[in-house]
Design a protein around this ligand. Structure first.
Ligand SMILES: C[S@@+](CC[C@H](N)C(=O)[O-])C[C@H]1O[C@@H](n2cnc3c(N)ncnc32)[C@H](O)[C@@H]1O
Ligand code: SF4
Length: 400
């Protein structure tokens, strides 16, 4: 059972608060509601049937306001948010009005920095032109839509409820409402997905005219309905060679259309189209993660909230912070994280971040075609196209 702590018991050390506001500061808000659960997903999210009367969007919003107020107090002089990311779960289930209330709460507790990036995830089936217009009015600047695939049989295996054409229509509606920055999420390697299915998905993405794409290999997460189906032999597990071929197909199609990778799973049409909030995570920035199960990081201290929305709301109603646990990162933890995250960026990792053994391994990896020679000459470890397919293995070598 998770424990909550009184605001006095969870105190950020002054060493963590030092420099706060000089690094990018983000606010993540977790919306733990979905209309139905997709069989592959193990995110902290609940259907109305699962929650019953124990929690609701109203009790969650009340808790969120309280958490953000406590957060501002705990940070002393809270920095204005450079980025806000409302994720889930399915934020679009709150409607434009609910999402406006979320952003108002962030504004009230932290304020928004000039030119802040404000993103919300949305499921295509719970969006409309009026929804996007409402988000613009509220101050959102970016929308991320869960498309996953354009192939009906792939969407069925994933238990996605939207029609194949809806994500592209939604992306166009978002653009027509004035959103310059729109992302589509794809999943590749789903059992039964053929090369031509992915080609159709990519054609649809490109027809939508979005400036950002995230594409993830399907992960069979323990405890999900998908994992049970794979275990029973009803569905094959994604195959590593197929995943590599699909990644190459994706990268070729996106880059020839002007969307270039800037992180192994993310492509953008320009520097301005990159997701600044996620760059904050990858570059060791500070962020407060609010909502059930959300994780936070400030100056080398990481903590995470109680997971269940009912417990989250009740802990906050009692005036306590909903923190379930925390850890102070050691130098070794921070080094490993830095290598893991920065090596995945197109800019790569400065070799000065590696110890002498790591630099030796970087030279060997370059000789094997996994890191670029140009990058190395400039003092950086930058993955080659082949290196991107083996990024995790390269990380292990650089830190061992
Ligand atoms: C957790 S969802 C939240 C946003 C929204 N509900 C949606 O589905 O797009 C964010 C992204 O994570 C992806 N995702 C979740 N579980 C995954 C898995 N097991 N393998 C790959 N991608 C996954 C989703 O498909 C989605 O694109
Ligand atoms: S809609 Fe998104 S968050 Fe909800 S279950 Fe599906 S993948 Fe997970």
């Amino acid at each position: 059972m998770s424990t909550a702590v009184s605001p006095d018991a969870f105190v950020l050390p002054s060493s963590a608060l030092r420099g706060l506001g000089t690094r990018p500061f983000g606010v993540y808000v977790h919306v733990p509601f979905c209309a139905t659960r997709c069989g592959y997903c193990d995110f902290n999210t609940y259907t109305a049937g699962e929650l019953g009367t124990a929690a609701s969007p109203a009790s969650w919003l009340e808790g969120l306001r309280r958490e953000l107020d406590l957060a501002a107090g705990m940070l002393g002089t809270p920095p204005a948010a450079d980025t806000v990311f409302v994720g889930g779960g399915t934020p679009s289930l709150l409607g434009a009005e609910g999402l406006a209330a979320v952003l108002d709460a962030v504004r009230r507790s932290f304020g928004l920095a000039e030119g802040a990036e404000v993103t919300t995830e949305s499921n295509p089936e719970s969006t409309s032109p009026e929804f996007f217009a409402g988000l613009r009015d509220a101050g959102y600047t970016r929308v991320s839509l869960g498309m996953q695939s354009a192939a009906p049989h792939v969407l069925r295996i994933l238990d996605r409820v939207h029609t194949p054409g809806r994500p592209v229509a939604a992306a166009r509606e978002a653009r027509a409402a004035g959103f310059e920055h729109v992302n589509l999420d794809l999943i590749y390697g789903t059992p039964g997905e053929r090369q031509e299915d992915l080609r159709d998905s990519l054609d649809a993405v490109l027809a939508a005219g979005v400036d950002h794409v995230s594409a993830y290999a399907l992960i069979v997460e323990d405890g999900t309905a998908l994992a049970r189906r794979v275990r029973k032999g009803e569905l094959p597990a994604p195959d590593d060679d197929v995943l590599a071929a699909r990644y190459e197909q994706l990268d070729a199609a996106l880059s020839s259309a002007g969307l270039h990778w800037y992180e192994v799973s993310n492509w953008a049409a320009s520097e301005q189209a990159r997701c600044r909030h996620n760059l904050g995570y990858w570059l060791g920035g500070d962020w407060w993660g609010a909502g059930p199960g959300a994780h936070s990081h400030v100056g080398g201290v990481r903590w995470w909230n109680v997971k269940h929305p009912a417990r989250y709301a009740s802990v906050l109603a009692d005036g306590e912070v909903p923190v379930a646990g925390h850890e102070v990162l050691t130098d070794a933890d921070r080094h490993l994280e830095r290598v893991m995250l920065e090596l995945r960026l197109a800019e790569g990792l400065p070799l000065t971040a590696l110890d002498s053994g790591g630099v030796r391994e970087a030279r060997a990896a370059a000789a094997e075609g996994l890191l670029t020679g140009d990058g190395l000459a400039e003092g950086r470890a930058v993955l080659t196209d082949r290196g991107r397919l083996l990024a995790d293995a390269v990380v292990r070598r650089l830190v061992s």
